[in-house]
Design a binder for this molecule. Sequence first.
Ligand code: HEM
Length: 340
Amino acid sequence: MEPKDTHQANTPQEASAVASNQLEEKHPLVIRWTHWINFPLMVVLTWSGLLLYWENSNFRVGLGSFTLVKLFPAAFYEALHLNNRNPEGLAWHLSLMWLFTANWLVYLAYLGVSGKWRYIAPNRSTFGRALGVMLHDLHLRKAKPPQGKYNGAQKLAYSAVALMGVLMIVTGFALWKPEKLGWLAVPFGGVDNAKAVHFWLTILFFLYFVVHVAQVVRAGWSNFRSMIVGYELVSNLGGAQPEPSEPLLRRLSLAAGVTAEAQIRERSIRGFVIASVAAAIVVGTLMWVGSQSGDEEVPRPLKWATEGRDEEHERDREREEQGPIHSASRPLRTEESESK
Ligand code: HEM
């Protein structure tokens, strides 16, 4: 995931090669917008998921009866003020799940229609290359595996993430209306298993996020900028060539007298201004919605998402009292069970 060199010219030959620097399209507009829209959505969905999960915090890492870590201990919820906020969590979660689903589907549809899925889809050589990347990153192997647009490790990670998003959506909808959409949970072995998959996917997404951001920091500014601006400066000196199996990445032709450096500067200013305005609108909207507390601290603009839920839960509870449990409705976490 290394950025391509922007080379300083030392010799006349190099100078003419540097002069042929070009802008290469790295991330098309749809990929950039869906990527950055996804980020705040995932943050709020994870946070609101924890507000919901507080009620029934029963996953753990361990073997048999031995528990290494309880996910999560009461102290965790208290420290982050995640306790006793179930209705609020539900309203955020059920509102944003629609945006997350729509955004993810746009991303996948674009990958499919544009053929850009080829950049992230693994092939037979990907696993070997991913291992090569790991050994290289750990300084255990000198040779750098071929990069292409994405290296083997990135291909594996990004295709896994694309699939994880789909599983998140499917399990999420199964949990949303278990009576009507419980069939979505059948491949997972039922609603309870779908709930476990939904939870562990969140943990996996979080771990992915930590590694992903660390890799982005490591890869440097030019790589990060390309996810905002769309283009990267490439020189014919030392720049990695796309893999032959991948279609060539589009290069911008420059008008006479315009250098690639001037072009990227101009595009960066435009890109970062738009990104800052968009980020301010998102943060402002989230803060405004959060401040519109109605009953039970549920923000009024999000009320629509949970309308009818109380009656459904009531019906659920009655059914549970009558017969075997087949729904995702949870026993309430009481102060009593809390203190255990
Ligand atoms: C919310 C969690 C995130 C997810 C699920 C995610 C997922 C992804 C995916 C799937 C790609 C590949 C896109 C494609 O070409 O199809 C990608 C690329 C990228 N992401 Fe993220 N991302 C997340 C957060 C972030 C954050 C916070 C940053 C910035 C610090 C970031 C920076 C980048 C960059 C720079 C690339 C391009 C990497 C390259 O070209 O080598 N991402 N991300």
